[in-house]
Design a protein around this ligand. Sequence first.
Ligand code: GDP
Length: 363
Amino acid sequence: GFNCGIVGLPNVGKSTLFNALTETAAAQAANYPFCTIEPNTGRVAVPDPRLDELARIGKSIRKVPTSLEFVDIAGLVRGASKGEGLGNQFLANIREVDAIVHVLRCFEDDDITHVEGGVDPVRDADIIETELMLADLESLEKRQVGLQKRARGNDREAQAQLELMEPLLAALRDGKPARTAVPKGQEAEASRLQLLTTKPVLYVCNVEEGSAATGNAFSEAVRKRAEAEGAGVVVVSAAIEAEVSQLPQEDRTEFLEGLGLTDSGLDRVIAAGYKLLGLRTYFTVGPKESRAWTITAGTKAPQAAAVIHNDFERGFIACETVAFDDYVACNGEAGAKEAGKLRIEGKEYVVQDGDVLLFRFNV
Ligand code: GDP
């Protein structure tokens, strides 16, 4: 599965958000800098109205949404790359995640200590990014020494790695994240270096309850920064989300509307995380269940089948494919077939977001 690591300075609302996300009390929110010590992991359903539609048309007994994993990563402080706070532990945990959800405190509250003295989310973003850049710099410089030895012995692979690392090192020394210097077409190789600053970032602006619908001056400043660096940004009130997560499903919409909100901030965080990871969804529809499955953009049919079961990839013959809109317009598979909207696709087919698939395979 794919996962997002929730990071941020202490007391910005990470645990509150994580708890709301997973609807558990596993990570106790408290006004204490190192409350979250072990990384906590939670699986959340990815809301997708298309699944409801398909289950209705397919008269399925159950609906199974796809999911995304969130990891609540212990608080980082200035100096983490030098071992301050939970420094190295924290950085090791971030290395494991696919994307970074960076929670920024955009609410004022004198009762809740700000470790840097006052609310300034752009400064906070810089502090964390600096720590991540320092850690990357150190890790690349360490590896460089060994690679240079191997390269002198005409090791081609070492030479290629060194070449790839060069622009990344230059960027980091210049105070820029490694992602700004990844050569075009070498994204996969660069991601194998397991750097922290090549991971995609989503900023989550935690604002006070009254600004949840509109954002505030702090979140605006973050938005500008996010735009400049091609990062995602979502405005939420972790406090509201915590309340919503305690309500029964049927009361949530009314509660949110009362606050001038059209949808839950968590749904937006989940959707943004999904998008950030470049993920796509395909569906299977049957009388027993309608189900959503996650693949990365560009995945071909046999590998998409493997998400359901490894045997499906090995024995893959073909897949019957109907695009979501056609499936709905034709009121299901039979109608789609009649209308000529059902295609038989082979091994080279790149599965599209929203495809409704039926795999044919040998066992
Ligand atoms: P973490 O250290 O980043 O995980 O932060 P927590 O989630 O533990 O939150 C720290 C404190 O801030 C707790 O007392 C929360 O109740 C409080 N808090 C979190 N979000 C908000 C918010 O949106 N508004 C206000 N006023 N307090 C919040």
